[in-house]
Design a protein. Structure first.
Length: 508
């Protein structure tokens, strides 16, 4: 009895050659709809699925293969005599190979103008059912779900090396494919921000050399419907592959650059900004970011929101940098930067961070929260001190408030209106963060007009006192402490302008 292969694919890549080789091996090829038209047009002898089922394709193609003559032929356990007897009693032939790939639901919903009825029509029913049946009975049925597997499957069939391990490998791939497919559908149809079950799926981008440390293995996966403004949307134009830490740092840098519209340079190290500069030109912004911390920028990640020009590229070229991310590179700028073979140059066209959710893994689970896209403006500030901030101070306070939300808590930044001067990040108490930020800032040009920003309230007045004693004249913080009045009184004692935002920006 000839072996039977059922072929029903949305992606026609390689299917003609695969079917031709199956026919050469003596298989009977059964097919459906568009796949059959493709194979017949190529001159191949194909049996229509309705000849097997005895029923025509129905409901505009919604029902083609959902029939016992198909699924019994796939699911029958060859080693169970009663199963084979039942097939014979009903004149059903065993099916030995199922080759299916699914309707392009992902590509459909990725279109910005797609309607829900259009998306619904791209939910495949018969395809996943056949694949799952084949994968369940993998001991007897080859389940082929991806065009990239055609060559290996055919080679093994031709060489007689289709073993149980290979069958199981293909079956596992099927269930990964159908689970991911269903996850996309569930996500598309779900309106609740935190439903009772979360079904997310990710696609592998690359194996990484290692994780945070050399003894940890790691891989990079992306969201199938990746945001344009993300590392998944970036084009790497030069340099060696990105590492685990590169990817995390670059992601943190992207979240910061999205805050700014004027020419801006963000230098980042270990998930924290070490220098941010905003100016009328990219070159001037670069100089501000560099001067903010010329030591920490070494080996750092740079992201800019303007095309890199030659003058800026020459300055960048003087340093050892890990990554430069930009909307583009002038040809002569690229030539200069590409002289360093290991420097990664990433081009990212979109610089707009959308609202969404962030996921953080914990042992045994995951935490999900709304992305912190809120940014306070000077008009939102509440002045709580007797001293009123000047317009120049308000501009600096707004800049500092924008920056501090991207620094690991406890976080303090000392800034002018367009440059970070000192960053105190990730300290276990707030006064230490204040001392670190001021120590880094106080000898830099511009410190005489600098402000201090805090990501959360001051639990006592020591932070205000220390800042005042070191020349700070204006402070922005959320407020909300039971001891707020102590900080206000201390600000009034020293003549400091103190403003509250009412919004905390912890970043753990």
């Amino acid at each position: 009895m000839a072996k039977i292969a059922v072929l029903s694919v949305s992606d026609k890549t390689g299917i003609v050659d695969f079917a031709r080789d199956l026919l050469t091996l003596g298989y009977t090829v059964v097919s459906t709809g568009g796949t059959m038209k493709t194979l017949v047009a190529a001159g191949l002898e194909v049996t229509a699925v309705d000849q097997v089922t005895g029923f025509p394709e129905m409901l505009d193609g919604r029902v083609k293969t959902l029939h016992p003559r198909v699924h019994a032929g796939i699911l029958a356990k060859r080693e169970v005599p009663a199963h084979m007897t039942q097939l014979a009693d009903h004149d059903i032939s065993p099916i030995d190979l199922v080759c299916v790939n699914l309707y392009p639901f992902k590509d459909t919903i990725a279109r910005p103008d797609v309607s829900e009825p259009e998306a619904i029509e791209q939910i495949d029913i018969g395809g996943p059912s056949m694949l799952r049946s084949a994968a369940k009975n993998y001991q007897s049925v080859l389940a082929v779900s991806m065009p990239t597997d055609y060559e290996q499957v055919m080679t093994r069939l031709q060489n007689g090396t289709v073993d149980l391990s290979f069958r199981r490998e293909l079956a596992a791939k099927v269930f990964r494919q159908t689970a991911a497919y269903d996850a996309l559908i569930a996500d598309y149809l779900t309106d609740e921000p935190f439903p009772e079950k979360v079904t997310k799926t990710f696609e592998k981008v690359a194996d990484l050399r290692y994780g945070e440390n050399s003894h940890q293995t790691a891989a990079y996966y992306k969201d199938p419907i990746a945001e344009p403004f993300s590392l998944a949307g970036a084009h790497q134009r030069h340099g060696k592959k990105l590492s685990f830490n590169n990817l995390r740092d670059a992601d943190a840098a992207l979240r910061i650059i999205a805050e700014f519209s004027a020419p801006t340079v963000v230098a980042l190290k270990h998930m924290n900004p070490c220098g941010i500069g905003v100016a009328d030109t990219l070159l001037d912004a670069w100089q501000l970011a560099y001067d903010a911390d010329p030591i920490s920028i070494f080996g750092g990640i740079i992201v800019v929101n303007r095309q890199v020009d030659l003058a800026t590229a020459k300055k960048m070229h003087e340093l050892f940098l890990e990554i430069i991310i930009a909307p583009g590179f002038d040809d002569d700028a690229y030539e200069v930067l590409a002289q360093k073979k290991n420097l990664r140059l990433l081009q990212l066209d979109s610089l707009a961070l959308k609202s969404g959710q962030d996921f953080v893994s914990v042992l045994g689970g995951v935490l999900i929260q709304d992305r912190d896209t809120q940014t306070e403006r000077a008009a939102d500030f509440k002045v709580v001190s007797k001293s009123q901030p000047t317009s120049a101070q308000l501009a600096a306070l707004q800049f500092g408030q924008t920056v501090v939300k991207h620094v690991k808590s406890n976080a303090i930044v000392v800034t002018t209106a367009n440059q970070t001067l000192g960053v105190g990040a990730g300290q276990m108490n707030r006064i230490d963060a204040v001392e670190i930020a001021i120590d880094k800032a106080q000898d830099k040009p511009g410190y005489e007009t600098a402000i201090l920003a805090s990501d959360a309230f001051f639990p006592m007045d020591d932070c205000v006192a220390y800042a005042a004693e070191h020349g700070i004249k204006a402070i922005v913080e959320p407020g909300g402490s039971i001891k707020d009045q102590a900080s206000i009184d201390k600000a009034d004692e020293y003549g400091i302008a103190l403003v509250f935002t009412g919004v905390r920006h912890f970043k753990h």
